[in-house]
Design a protein around this ligand. Structure first.
Ligand SMILES: Cc1cc2nc3c(=O)[nH]c(=O)nc-3n(C[C@H](O)[C@H](O)[C@H](O)COP(=O)(O)OP(=O)(O)OC[C@H]3O[C@@H](n4cnc5c(N)ncnc54)[C@H](O)[C@@H]3O)c2cc1C
Length: 451
């Protein structure tokens, strides 16, 4: 068993810590931000290390299923903290629909529950410790980190310090080639608001696409939820949505979302833009830049969050590391690092690329709505995704096929390969209107924004 140091106590750091501790490793997590307060987490927990801390977070069924299977004590802790059970399928439900269930909560509640579970299983969580660099034994072998206090030695350093990870800069400062990055402003802007009250029931689906905007209605814990309008950052006309009165009058015109704002708002309209898609290449051509250090979660790759996949990605990636360490002697840092990068490229990278591809198409479609030049593509994956979405609104079997993808339970290729799905989607979805749900078209949205 080895001694592991994890940088960052976000969802990636905590999940990974628990998985490795469960296999008997000694695990220490270093986190720069202070500990959660004993109560009133939502109002008072200070987390400058996580920009999105008070923004909507929805946990997908894939996250919940993986958590329940691999970290049952953490799943129990999330439920005990008030995590809310929710099914992606609106009533009536039928046999087999349990796979679409999840448990979700606001991020502070979720993270505090995960941290409690981590400490209960023997993870050492050191808060208020800022990592400042890496320690190297040879030119490329990481043996620990420096902090604003004492240095920390480790058999394996796991970078879970999030999308703004300073690891590339630390490597460069230590004389190591930093990773090349694929980086792009995702181009979306989020106008979100949290509410409290009697949560309305789900009528169709949580993600609703309309001309130039996507609307999300996301349940959370303790009688709270959020409603999000997502637009393109190029769509300047939508900037007025930061005004709560305008935001409210716009959301009221979307019949599926309108009941979700008839409650007490517990935030103003939170606006977030400039979220980058970013992928860091720590093993170009399969050859790791360093050994003894692996990046995981957002520190390795992150996407725009409109599909809500970040936390699920994190658990999938943590499993990859756990399984690599099960199959490889942890003392063989060279082999561990190489095998981890290989397994990441094989299993997680395709999920990242698919998520990123969907986002790019959706953004181009929204931008087309704004300019009035409808988006055209011959990419069958996007055409299939649009057709499946439309078919889901007309057929309960296709709804389940769509939710299998939306819940991140299976890839679109797997779903389309099932008997009858392709034909049914072709019959119901291909000739459907671009935006089949009832709601304002672009002209009406503009009128609402300028009223
Ligand atoms: C607006 C927005 C909405 C999102 N919504 C969803 C959603 O609905 N569903 C979903 O699944 N995902 C969502 N995500 C993504 C999700 O937040 C992350 O993917 C997920 O939390 C995994 O992040 P992480 O743990 O890798 O990084 P983070 O959560 O960023 O955690 C990194 C941690 O590292 C610490 N740290 C950083 N530097 C140092 C240092 N030098 N020393 C010590 N500690 C350090 C930070 O303080 C922080 O605690 C959203 C993201 C954004 C931006």
């Amino acid at each position: 068993m080895a001694n592991m140091t994890i940088l960052g106590a976000g969802l990636a750091g905590l999940s990974t810590a628990m998985m490795l501790r469960g296999d008997g490793h000694d695990v220490t997590v270093l986190e720069r931000d202070p500990a959660p307060p004993g109560s009133r987490l939502w109002e008072t927990w200070q987390r400058p290390g996580v920009n999105q801390f008070r923004l909507p977070h929805f946990m997908l069924p894939r996250w919940w299923q993986t958590l329940s299977a691999d970290l049952p004590a953490a799943a129990a802790e999330v439920l005990a903290a008030g995590g809310s059970r929710f099914s992606l399928v609106p009533p009536p439900q039928r046999e087999g629909d349990a796979r679409f269930e999840t448990v979700t909560a606001r991020r502070p509640v979720l993270e505090a529950a995960m941290a409690r579970a981590a400490e209960r299983c023997g993870v050492v969580l050191r808060r208020g410790v800022r990592v400042s660099g890496v320690r190297l034994e040879s030119e490329t072998r990481v043996t620990g980190v420096t902090t604003d206090g004492d240095p920390v030695s480790s058999d394996l350093v796991i970078d879970c310090s999030g999308r703004r990870s300073a690891m590339p800069a630390w490597l460069a400062a230590a004389g190591v080639t930093p990773p090349a990055e694929e980086r792009d402003d995702a181009g979306f802007v989020y106008y979100s608001r949290h509410f409290r009250g009697d949560r309305p029931g789900l009528r169709v689906m949580v993600q609703q696409q309309y001309a130039s905007v996507t609307v999300l209605t996301l349940p959370a814990d303790d009688g709270t939820w959020s409603v999000v309008l997502i637009g393109s950052t190029r769509d300047h006309a939508l900037r007025v949505l930061r005004d709560p009165a305008t935001w409210t009058s716009v959301v009221r015109r979307y019949p599926l979302a309108a009941p979700w704002i008839d409650a007490e708002p517990i935030t103003g309209v939170d606006v977030m833009a400039g979220i980058e898609d970013r992928l860091r290449h720590y093993a170009p051509g399969g050859a790791p830049l360093v050994t003894g250090m692996v990046p995981l979660g957002d520190a390795w790759a992150c996407t725009n969050p409109s599909l809500g996949r970040g936390a699920a990605f994190t658990l999938i990636h943590a499993r990859v590391l756990r399984d690599t360490l099960r199959d490889t002697d942890p003392a063989d840092h060279d082999k561990v690092t190489r095998r981890f990068h290989e397994a990441t490229a094989r299993t997680v990278l395709p999920l990242y690329r698919a998520t990123n591809g969907f986002d790019k198409h959706r953004l181009a479609e929204m931008d087309g709505d704004v300019t009035g030049a409808p988006y055209q593509t011959d990419d069958l994956r996007w055409i299939g995704a649009k057709a499946l979405y439309a078919a889901a609104l007309r057929d309960p079997d296709m709804l389940r096929a769509y939710l299998t993808v939306a819940g991140f339970l299976e890839a679109p290729d797997e779903v389309f390969a099932k008997p009858g799905v392709r034909d049914r989607v072709l019959a119901l979805g291909v000739s459907a209107p671009q935006y089949p749900l009832p709601g304002p078209d672009r002209a009406e949205l503009l009128r609402l924004c300028t009223a």
